[in-house]
Structure formats: structure tokens, C-alpha cells
Design a protein around this ligand. Sequence first.
Ligand SMILES: Nc1ncnc2c1ncn2[C@@H]1O[C@H](COP(=O)(O)OP(=O)(O)OP(=O)(O)O)[C@@H](O)[C@H]1O
Length: 357
Amino acid sequence: MSLQVDVRHHAGSFGLDMCFENQDGLLALFGPSGSGKTTLVNLIAGLAKPRAGRISVDGAVLVDVKEGVFVPPHKRRVGYVFQDPRLFPHLTVLQNLRYGEWFTPSSERYASLHQVVDLLGIRHLLARRPAHLSGGEKQRVAIGRALLASPRLILMDEPLAALDDARKAEILPYIEQLRDELRVPIVYVSHSVAEVSRLASHVILMRDGQVTAQGPVETVLTHGDLLPLGEKGEAGSILHLVVQAHDHAYHLTELQSAGGNWFLPLLNAPVGARIKIRVRARDVTLALQRPVQASALNIQEGHVASVALHSGPDATVAVAVGGEHLHASVTRRSVDELALRPGVPVFALVKSVTLGR
Ligand SMILES: Nc1ncnc2c1ncn2[C@@H]1O[C@H](COP(=O)(O)OP(=O)(O)OP(=O)(O)O)[C@@H](O)[C@H]1O
């Protein structure tokens, strides 16, 4: 999928001016409340028309103000999943799903009812009406309805925001399947670093209707200063590891990376599986020598790649471990006292790790 956006728009006193291009995978739009994420999603869906500019998907122009092109929403083949599932209350689940198919000519359909029902695990719900579904089930049906339109692109605007953690955990694997098995391009709006680091391949950080940073999730989420307030402490690194062994006696799984081995609470993943982990910068401590008699199991050996001094007491140190960067949040005072400069060999002690599989 190639999504090309180059638009200018006004809503009341709010101005949006964005230009970006994304290829394949799940693109996350991430930014503080009021930064314009929903406004942008509405422009892609055709629910609003930009003042100027152009949006295209895979070369198909959805809007081009200069050329006078504006494809109406129902002809865009762009699915939309909102925070609130917005199912038709008087229709059964099956009828809600079938509605998704109506606007797509049969020659352009790639998603069948059977495939979607099985993918989302909703076969047992087909005869029910939305009032008799849980929040998580409703959202799976809403995703199914969007998918049955065989969309070129699915827009998801905080689809998990109204759900509790258990329901979120239930839905995330389905979104991953959409991304990996059906390979449906997704533009995903979220406030949560945990969600974005698990799902996204690319991220656009937004503020005041502008792009403040964009790129692969591994690099963008290290910019704590650019993340929305409340998520700044979540800034960190995403690393890719391979499951090496399970230690059932201690309930630990050993994973391998170029910088040393990692130990995580026992994982339900086969030996050889590739796992993505998220390490918050504030959970990483640096030492110049390998600590002895320390309780931390995760000690990575590397060297300082870069040091970013912030305006307050803090600094972010990127440590090169193997081919990847592990970020540590330390004080500026520690940077001086340990003379942390690019090239200095260091040991990184990691307190806790979040899985972002
Ligand atoms: N129709 C409108 N008229 C006037 N102002 C609008 C309109 N739609 C949106 N805005 C303003 O545009 C700004 C961006 O809103 P938008 O909903 O796109 O932000 P957001 O990043 O999605 O926020 P949130 O994370 O809270 O959902 C806000 O200041 C909002 O008040």
C-alpha cells in the first residue's frame, strides 16, 4: 500500500498542514489530544474535504482539490473503525457484516464472509443483535464489517480506547492478523505507546496539525520529548530477540540478542521464534563495569552511540548493543560523572521489559 497525503485544512481556528507518504504495514498516528489525528482520518475517509491538497492510495486519487477530484466516502473503499463500534442495533451480527459488502463490486472483493468470520472468531455470534454482545465482541464485528468491504485501507480511530485491558488484550491479536495474514494496510490512531509499539511499523507524531517526527516505530518512540504528555515516561527502545530456551524451574525464557542474553518471565513461544520487546528508557541503568552480585538478570554490553541532553535534569543515552540501540534515561550529572561520550563501553542493566510481540 502506498498512502500519499499532502493536505491543508481548517476546522474553526484549527489548522492542519500535513505531508507524508507511507508504504505497507500499520501506520500509527500518534499525538496529544487536539493535534488533529481525527481530522486527518476524516480527510482520508472523505468525511471532510481539505481546503487544498491531494490524497491518494495506491495511485488512486481520493481527493485532489486543484483538479476538482473528490471521491465520495462510500466509493473510496476505505474502511473506518471508530472507538464506538456504531453497529446497526436492529440488525443481527450477520446482517451488520453483510452491510459491509454492499458497496464493493463483487469483482473487487478479496475478503469473504467465511474468512472474516473465522479470522475474527465471531461465528457463534452471527444470529445475535449488538445489544447482546460485549464491548470487545462489538468491536470485532465492527472490524469485520469494515473488512468485508474489501477496503484498500482501514482507518482505525482509537478502536480500543473504550475497552478495559482484558478486552484490549483480546482484540490486539486480531488486528495483528489483519496486518500480517490479510496484509490489509491500516492507519491506526492511538494515545498509547504500548499499543503503537506492538502494532505499528511506522509512526507519525503529530502536534498542532503538523508532523513533528515520522519514521520506523523503533526510532520514533525514542523521542520522549515529542510524545504526548502522560506517555513521555513510556519512551524507549524496541528490540528484536530470538527465543533460545525455556527455564521451567525458574519460570523464565531466555532470549538471544547480539548484545547478550535476556531473561523474561516464561513466554508461550517456541524456541527460534522472533519476539519484539519494548524497554522503557527509565528502566535502564548504565554502569562502566559489569556489575557483580547484582540482582538484574538483563545486563547488556555495548557502547555509547549518542547522548541527548534535555533542558531539565535528564539526558537520553543511546547504547549500541549488537545492531540495535537501547536507550537509557539518566541524569545529566551521571553523563558528566561517568564521562559518557560516543564510543565509551558501557553495561546496561534493564529492570523490566514489556513484550510487544
Ligand atoms: N468541525 C470543527 N469545527 C471547529 N473545530 C474543530 C472541528 N473539528 C475539529 N476541530 C478542532 O480541531 C482540533 C483537532 O481535533 P481532532 O479531533 O482532529 O484532534 P485529535 O488529535 O483527534 O484529538 P483526540 O485525541 O482528543 O481525539 C481540535 O482543536 C478541535 O477542537
